[in-house]
Design a protein. Structure first.
Ligand SMILES: *[C@@H]1O[C@H](CO)[C@@H](O)[C@H](O)[C@H]1NC(C)=O
Ligand SMILES: *[C@@H]1O[C@H](CO)[C@@H](O)[C@H](O)[C@H]1NC(C)=O
Ligand SMILES: *[C@@H]1O[C@H](CO)[C@@H](O)[C@H](O)[C@H]1NC(C)=O
Ligand SMILES: *[C@@H]1O[C@H](CO)[C@@H](O)[C@H](O)[C@H]1NC(C)=O
Ligand SMILES: *[C@@H]1O[C@H](CO)[C@@H](O)[C@H](O)[C@H]1NC(C)=O
Ligand SMILES: *[C@@H]1O[C@H](CO)[C@@H](O)[C@H](O)[C@H]1NC(C)=O
Ligand SMILES: *[C@@H]1O[C@H](CO)[C@@H](O)[C@H](O)[C@H]1NC(C)=O
Ligand SMILES: *[C@@H]1O[C@H](CO)[C@@H](O)[C@H](O)[C@H]1NC(C)=O
Ligand SMILES: *[C@@H]1O[C@H](CO)[C@@H](O)[C@H](O)[C@H]1NC(C)=O
Ligand SMILES: *[C@@H]1O[C@H](CO)[C@@H](O)[C@H](O)[C@H]1NC(C)=O
Ligand SMILES: *[C@@H]1O[C@H](CO)[C@@H](O)[C@H](O)[C@H]1NC(C)=O
Ligand SMILES: *[C@@H]1O[C@H](CO)[C@@H](O)[C@H](O)[C@H]1NC(C)=O
Length: 818
């Protein structure tokens, strides 16, 4: 139902169109409707009509026909030599109306010349920037049927948005330039671009179609970068390696890479040492400058900075600087006797021994042995026991031994009689009584001492049945004393106590005897005093006891000097340093200690085995090895009387300064050959280090010059000698002065000549070029005439290109330039 209505509507519309239709429609038929003719060729096209007409004919600039009443009429030109023909076939109807039909005639001219490829740019291209490639095609028609294709090497560059030709191009042969915008990348460096042109005349075109023409190749240079690669912010290298494989720069032109550390140029091929860990600046200079910062970490295996031995005092904090250095930081383990341990802050005697320290890192491992010595005061005295012998006249031996570090010294206090002898050997002190007498009966006190302390023990020597009941005790100021230690010339007051005594009698010396409890002396000055107290009792035997007196005298002063030498010492010799102690008693109790400034420990401790009780002069020595380091060292000695609680203050010597004279060492010049140039004043410096400051003399040609600075000139060529002298000796250094021609002026002259030649060439070329342009033409090296001189240049954007004459100097781009 609906379809029926629609159909009827359509029919009525159609009849309406038919009624109003152009009467010319279909009146004329041109066959073929489009002709492609090469310029100068024959062309024939028929125009037919089927309607009744008055006259019919062709109207054209060439080949017009007069009007006829025929049904077919041909437009015929034997040599078509017009570019712009637009023939029209017409028919005039009886009513005077006219119908026309246009014939499309394409007159073409084959490509005759090879297209010319060029770049409108001088010099290398820069990556990413835009450049225009031009393809100039000469003398072709019609331009709008030109099909230009672009190539990079063998690959066709896909056409961009259709480069529609400007239809206002004349149909006659023209010179035309097509453009291609490129934005080259580094891969395009050295690439060859070319263009090809052909006439694509379409339907009715000649068979075979006109040949295609390809341009020459244009190769382009693309500059880019520099781009720094393989350059992380942190670089880890092993010691001995270098930085050559890091921070490499890519670019065209090839970039120059420089490394700087704190502004100082460094050579990346130089092997690195651990000190070279730092921040570096890498600069690549090529097309532009690129800078990158990197931190270099030089890795190396662990290394110990540790002494080979350590001496500490028991219970005291100590100072051990023992570290394993390395990068990455090593892990450190301590072992003693195969067991891993931690070294505690304070050490005990049991901690002494050999420690094995291991350091491990990913970069290696190291081990170190440390010998630890723990100093401790003498231990309790062992093996010393009371002794009782059966009869008078027996021999008695007492053994006093203690351990300690340093090895203890022993000091006995007892009644000194001629039959008693002390022998200290191998850390043990033996006291022998050769045939015990009544006088030997009594207390024997042994003290073991070192500089950390002392330990004492008292034992009794008795004889069975002899004076067992005699109990005499001495006291002073209410305190019991076993011995009397008193400074020479001081007062003494000693009580002799014996329970239940009848009478007490003192015998101080053969000429000094008295009865009474107390022995008093204003000033004790008798070195041989042997006070004996005798007590008598009711009912039993009297008994007597000798008071052991130690009279001491502190040394007045200590003198320190070299033995058999005075003044500065000479390097590499041994010298004996002497500490003289005068007027000291008892020598047996004297301890002389040596010190050196800057050392915590004493150098040496000396005791004397002399049993003479009266004041003596003694000395102690140490040997000094005179080295350079010893220059300025300071020594002193100290004397101390080990006499128990009453001991006087130690006496110190004046500090003794050591001056070491050492022969000069020449530090400059450090070369053996020195060049001299004509007309150049140069100063050659000789420097030497020594004590005292050396005198420096230059000698040459039997002449000499004092002082280290010598102005050298060509007359001195030959050997010259620097002589440095001081009290320590003489050192010489000979250098060879060699004559060197100075090439600088020669080079300067050469450069000047080259500049002049280049300038001349330039002026010559310019003048030729100038004349040519004035004459209105110029020739190219490639001898390809430029086809597009002053003509319309075209691309999709229809830009006219100015002609650049100077661009012919372009040496980077092959081929001619517009
Ligand atoms: C035009 O018509 C004539 C006569 O019919 C014929 O001989 C000729 O081949 C035709 N030409 C073309 C181009 O069709
Ligand atoms: C290249 O062509 C563009 C546009 O056609 C122009 O602006 C530019 O100046 C030309 N450059 C050179 C070096 O000729
Ligand atoms: C132009 O030439 C190219 C290469 O010969 C071809 O592929 C393309 O079809 C041509 N275009 C026209 C419109 O003929
Ligand atoms: C240009 O180079 C391409 C490939 O590099 C080559 O196929 C072509 O023949 C070359 N053209 C000329 C004229 O040398
Ligand atoms: C065609 O080129 C002419 C100059 O050669 C210019 O004036 C005109 O605007 C261009 N036409 C188009 C459509 O680009
Ligand atoms: C290297 O630079 C960083 C900061 O960029 C700084 O923290 C560091 O201390 C520097 N290292 C050295 C050895 O100068
Ligand atoms: C302790 O080490 C120092 C240097 O480290 C050395 O001079 C000295 O002889 C060593 N002493 C012992 C007992 O090994
Ligand atoms: C430890 O030794 C260092 C250098 O050897 C010193 O500077 C420091 O004062 C010492 N410390 C102690 C507590 O002795
Ligand atoms: C220096 O004394 C040492 C012993 O302490 C000895 O071995 C050495 O030979 C002496 N050197 C000289 C130069 O006397
Ligand atoms: C003293 O020092 C010199 C040089 O260092 C050395 O050759 C010599 O053996 C040393 N002598 C002693 C006793 O240390
Ligand atoms: C030697 O020359 C140096 C500089 O080269 C100067 O510092 C020095 O004072 C000069 N010494 C004498 C003794 O002239
Ligand atoms: C095309 O260029 C050539 C050479 O530059 C010139 O001889 C010729 O007359 C030009 N043709 C046209 C149509 O301008």
């Amino acid at each position: 139902m609906y379809e029926g209505i629609c159909f009827r509507v359509f029919l009525s519309l159609l009849s309406l169109w038919v009624v109003d239709a152009d009467p010319c429609s279909g009146a004329l038929t041109i066959s073929p409707a489009r002709v492609v003719v090469e310029y100068g060729d024959f062309v024939e096209v028929n125009c037919t009509t089927s309607i009744i007409h008055d006259i019919m004919g062709w109207e054209a600039t060439v080949g017009s026909t007069p009007g006829t009443d025929k049904q077919l009429i041909a437009w015929r030109v034997y040599r078509l030599s017009e570019w712009d023909v637009k023939p029209i076939c017409y028919v005039t109807l009886d009513n005077g109306d006219q119908c026309t039909e246009n014939l499309d005639v394409i007159v073409y001219k084959d490509l005759e010349y090879v297209p010319t490829m060029s770049v409108n740019h001088t010099g290398p291209m820069i990556e990413g920037q835009k450049y225009q490639l031009q393809c100039a095609i000469r003398d072709v028609a019609p331009v709008r049927y030109l099909n230009v294709t672009w190539y990079r090497g063998d690959d066709m560059i896909p056409p961009g948005p259709d480069p529609l030709l400007n239809s206002s191009y004349p149909s006659s042969p023209s010179n035309v330039t097509f453009s291609l915008w490129i934005s080259p990348s580094r891969q395009d460096d050295g690439a060859q671009f070319w263009c090809a042109a052909e006439l694509s005349l379409g339907e009715g075109g000649p068979q075979p179609p006109p040949p295609r023409m390809a341009s020459q190749n244009v190769s382009i240079t693309v500059h880019y970068g520099p781009e720094i690669i393989s350059c992380p912010g942190s670089i880890y290298v092993s010691e001995g390696e270098n930085l050559e494989n890091f921070c490499i720069a890519k670019g065209n032109p090839w970039p120059i890479v420089t490394w700087h550390r704190n502004g100082v140029l460094v050579d990346p091929s130089h092997p690195l040492s651990r000190q070279d860990s730092d921040n570096y600046t890498v600069t690549a200079s090529g097309l532009a400058e690129s800078v990158q910062l990197t931190t270099v970490y030089v890795m190396y295996g662990p290394e110990f900075h540790c002494p080979s031995n350590l001496t500490v005092e028991e219970y005291r904090t100590y100072n051990l600087s023992c570290s394993a250095e390395g990068y990455p930081k090593p892990e450190v383990q301590w072992f003693k006797e195969g067991e891993e341990i931690d070294l505690s802050e304070t050490l005990f005697r049991a901690d002494q021994g050999k420690y094995h320290i291991l350091a491990n890192s990913s970069h290696g491992n190291a081990s170190h042995w440390l010998d630890v010595r723990v100093l401790y005061p003498p231990s309790s005295i062992v093996e010393l026991e009371d002794v009782e012998v059966d009869v008078l006249g027996s021999d008695v031996a007492l053994k006093c031994s203690s351990s300690g570090d340093p090895r203890p010294q022993y000091r006995w206090s007892y009644f000194r009689d001629e039959n008693v002898r002390v022998n200290t050997e191998d850390g043990v002190s033996l006291l022998h009584i050769n045939g015990v007498t009544k006088l030997n009966i009594g207390t024997y006190n042994c003290c073991a001492l070192n500089r950390l302390g002392q330990e004492c023990k008292a034992v009794r020597v008795t004889v069975r049945g002899v004076q067992a009941s005699c109990h005499i005790q001495f006291s002073s100021a209410g305190k019991t004393v076993e011995e009397l230690v008193v400074e020479y010339g001081k007062n003494v007051s000693i009580n002799c106590n014996a329970r239940g005594h009848k009478m007490i009698k003192w015998t101080i010396s053969p000429s000094h005897k008295f009865t009474g409890d107390t022995w008093t002396e204003k000033a004790l000055t008798d070195w041989n005093v042997k006070p004996v107290c005798r007590a008598t009792f009711e009912g039993h035997d009297p008994c007597e006891k000798l008071l052991d007196v130690t009279l001491f005298k502190s040394p007045k002063d200590l003198s320190i000097s070299f033995q058999n030498h005075s003044g500065p010492v000479v390097k590499n010799k041994n010298y004996t340093l002497l500490c003289e102690i005068q007027d000291v008693a008892p020598v047996e109790n004297l301890v002389v200690t040596w010190y050196k400034k800057g050392l915590n420990d004493s150098l040496r401790m000396e005791t004397f085995q002399n049993t003479i009780m009266t004041p003596q002069n003694v000395f102690s020595t140490i040997i000094i090895n005179a080295t350079k380091a010893e220059n300025g060292a300071q020594y002193w000695c100290e004397a101390k009387l080990e006499v128990g609680e009453q001991a006087p203050k130690p006496v110190k010597s004046k500090p003794f300064d050591v001056t070491v004279y050492y022969a000069p060492a020449i530090t400059l010049p450090n070369v053996s050959v020195v060049p001299v140039f004509r007309d150049y004043q140069e100063v050659l410096v000789c420097e030497a280090e020594g004590n005292p400051k050396p005198d420096i003399t230059w000698s040459f040609n039997n002449r000499s010059s004092k002082g280290g600075n010598l102005t050298i000139s060509t007359e001195m060529v030959g050997e010259i000698t620097c002589r440095a002298t001081n009290e320590g000796g003489t050192t010489t250094k000979t250098v060879q002065l060699v004559f060197k021609e100075d090439y600088l002026p020669l080079i300067a002259g050469f450069v000047a000549i080259v500049v002049v030649i280049i300038s001349a060439i330039f002026v010559f070329i310019y003048s030729i070029y100038y004349t040519n342009t004035k004459m209105g033409h110029y020739s190219l090296k490639d001898a390809k005439p430029n086809p597009q001189n002053g003509d319309v240049a075209q691309n999709g954007l229809d830009s006219n290109l100015p002609v650049k004459k100077l661009s012919q100097q372009n040496i980077y781009v092959l081929g001619a330039m517009p």
